[in-house]
Design a protein around this ligand. Structure first.
Ligand code: KMH
Ligand code: ZN
Length: 276
């Protein structure tokens, strides 16, 4: 069994700085977070950015500056979110790829998202997958529900393997409207992944109170971990998360207990097929 890939998703698009003061929203805050999370054991950073008022944005100039700053100051694999916020138009989400990240997310279907809808039409998913392959950007396929794995199988059958040839999925569990953050749901996904190309890897993240159960289920079934304030703002009952580092440190502790210590960024690149 290999070590553990730890992805940190420090910001997201849903929490506000007013409600969550520890959320990194400026480039400076993001860079400090990246360096500290890398030192603890993270190897991938899943990035959403904010504007000067701390609102989610897909501004291309800011995205390019963010990719450059993260590359200058860390060895982390830089994965930009192409999901953005639920209000972002498809054209802006596709344009994220123009910032030339190492990786980008690619969500495999539409899902209710709390009171909103996170739209991912089939034609849009195909366009994202195809553009990423044409540009050598490695996708992380975001799976919010079991059927998204069937959609991924169809995508790969019809449109071929991604850049790098390796398939990596991330199970985003416990979103109101998506699959629950339970061991049973994770095991169902694990079984469905048998129909994907040999060597497919997965990470998992549980939103809110499903964070810890999903981490344990993922580690015990050979999966990797995504943690961060995009998904988790309460550390334990009555205890707000103090920082992304606190969440990465807990994930590292669990990974070590599972005898699967964190992968370095170089090892993560080799696993995911991301060029060095
Ligand atoms: N913010 C969500 C609507 C992704 O980054 O690709 C979408 C999301 C998934 O976070
Ligand atoms: Zn995201």
């Amino acid at each position: 069994m290999t070590g553990t890939l730890i992805t940190v998703a420090p910001t997201g698009a849903e929490s506000s700085k007013a409600d969550v003061p520890a959320l990194p929203v400026t480039l400076e805050e993001l860079v400090v977070t990246a360096k500290e999370c890398e030192a603890l054991g993270a190897s991938v950073i899943h990035v959403h950015i904010r504007d000067d008022e701390a609102r989610p944005t897909l501004d291309l100039g800011r995205l390019r500056a963010t990719v450059a700053a993260l590359r200058d100051t860390s060895d982390l694999i830089v994965q930009l979110s192409s999901g953005g916020a639920v209000t972002d138009p498809e054209a802006d989400r596709l344009a994220v790829l123009d910032a030339d990240p190492d990786m980008a997310s690619c969500t495999m279907g539409t899902v209710n998202f709390g009171d909103d809808v996170f739209m991912n039409r089939w034609e849009f998913v195909v366009e994202l997958h195809t553009r990423m392959r044409d540009r050598g950007i490695v996708p992380e396929y975001e799976i919010f529900d079991l059927g998204h794995l069937t959609a991924l199988q169809r995508l790969l059958d019809k449109h071929g393997l991604p850049a790098g040839g390796h398939v990596h999925v991330d199970l985003v569990m416990g979103v109101p409207g998506g699959m629950p953050g339970t061991t049973e749901a994770l095991v169902a996904c694990r079984q469905a992944m048998r129909d994907l190309p040999e060597g497919t890897t997965f990470s998992a993240t549980g939103i809110g109170r499903s964070t810890v159960p999903v981490m344990l289920a993922s580690l015990s079934t050979g999966g990797h971990l995504r943690v961060g304030m995009e998904d988790t703002i309460t550390y334990a009952k009555g205890r707000p998360v103090e920082s992304n580092m606190q969440l990465v440190a807990r994930a590292v502790g669990f990974a070590q207990l599972a005898q699967r210590p964190p992968l370095t960024p170089a090892q993560a690149r080799a696993l995911l097929g991301v060029p060095g």
